[in-house]
Structures are given as C-alpha cells and as structure tokens.
Design a protein around this ligand. Structure first.
Ligand SMILES: *[C@@H]1O[C@H](CO)[C@@H](O)[C@H](O)[C@H]1NC(C)=O
Length: 200
C-alpha cells in the first residue's frame, strides 16, 4: 500500500463513521430502481463505455431517456448502440463547453432520476450549479483526487439533501472512489428507508 492509498483508507474510515453518525441507508446496492415509465438518465463521461447505460436500459425495459456526454465524440459502435436505445449524445468539456443544464434544455427534460458522473475533475465546477437548479434523485459519482477533495465534493452534494448509500474503491486508481447518493426527497419514490440514527 503506498502513501496515497493509505491516506485514502484513513479517509474512508472517517467517512464510514460520518455515515454511521448520520441517518444510514440500507447498504449493499449501487442503485435503486423504480420501474416507473421513462426514467431520465444522465450519463456523463462515457469514454465509449456504456455498460451502465445499457444496464439501465435493460432493467427499465427501455422505459428510460438516456442523455450521454463525453469530452470527445464517441466511436461509431457506441453511437449505434446509443441510437438503438433512443439515447441522445453530447460532446464537450463539462462545464465550460457543455453545461449539464444545456443537455436538459436541448432534450426538453426537467428532472433526472439517475445521474452518473465520471468527468475527471469537471464535477468540481459542473455539478453544484446543476443540482441547485434541477431536481436529481440519485448520483453515482467517481471522485478523483486527495481525500480532502472527496470530502469537499461530498459536503457540497450533501447541502442539497443527498445521503450516501454505497462507497466503492477503485483498485486501479488509489485516489479514486465511487459514491452512490440518493436525495432525501426521492427516498419514498424508490422505497428507501433511512435507518435510525445509530450514534446520537
Ligand atoms: C442488455 O440487453 C442486451 C440485449 O438483450 C444484451 O445484449 C446486453 O448485453 C445487455 N447489457 C447489459 C449491460 O445488461
């Protein structure tokens, strides 16, 4: 274990304590599904890997609207698969070339059920203005950087009533970690019950 992954482990222990102190959600799932028609999905940072998008499309039996984005234009197989799923693709650097809200305006959507975001740092400036303006139910975010960066980003998201329900470390990237968060306002819709406060 190198120094960086060591400090991330310490941070994760701290984080788990924070989660235990706050209301804890049922762990062990990376997303909650609602089989309502036409869930709106934002998938930011595709890099020609659309397993998440296909998974959601399959699980909802096609009842979803997929909006995908990446810094670069996607290759032809990815474009073809996205078209088959009736998805819409955007390219540009988030947020300066491509504000997330622009994707919503262009697609005529007003809210988001699931939002996946892995945009190599663009989340630090791009995410907050978006969740301030648009209702979002669940966020799956890969955060890159020193532990303090993770904490800062999570605190920012938490201001908008999101609670962490899953944390996954990335074995290939010692300073990366993927967090799943759900908005308090959506817990009932997704059948999620926060556990009691364990430490007062
Ligand atoms: C989704 O369903 C298609 C068609 O049944 C299948 O080829 C594909 O592997 C599935 N993808 C995922 C990620 O579940």
């Amino acid at each position: 274990m190198n120094a960086n992954s060591g400090s991330l482990s310490v941070f994760l222990i701290f984080l788990v304590l924070m989660i235990t102190i706050s209301n804890l959600l049922t762990l062990g799932k990376t997303e909650f599904f609602d089989y309502q028609q036409n869930s709106r999905i934002l998938s930011l940072g595709l890099n020609n890997q659309i397993g998440f998008d296909e998974h959601i499309f399959n699980e909802t039996e096609g009842h979803c609207t997929l909006l995908g984005a990446d810094l670069n234009e996607q290759n032809q197989p990815t474009k073809n698969k996205y078209t088959k799923m009736n998805g819409q693709l955007f390219s540009g650097r988030i947020p300066d070339q491509l504000p997330i809200s622009e994707m919503m305006k262009k697609s005529g959507k007003k809210s988001v059920e699931l939002m996946k975001i892995d945009i190599e740092g663009g989340e630090f400036n791009g995410l907050e203005p978006f969740i301030k303006e648009y209702p979002v139910c669940q966020i799956f975010i890969e955060i890159h950087g020193a532990p303090a960066k993770h904490l800062q980003m999570l605190q920012t998201i938490a201001k908008y009533k999101f609670r962490i329900f899953n944390v996954d470390v990335n074995p290939l990237c010692p300073l990366c970690c993927e967090y799943s968060l759900i908005n308090e306002k959506c817990m009932e819709q997704f059948g999620v019950t926060p556990l009691d406060i364990m430490i007062p």
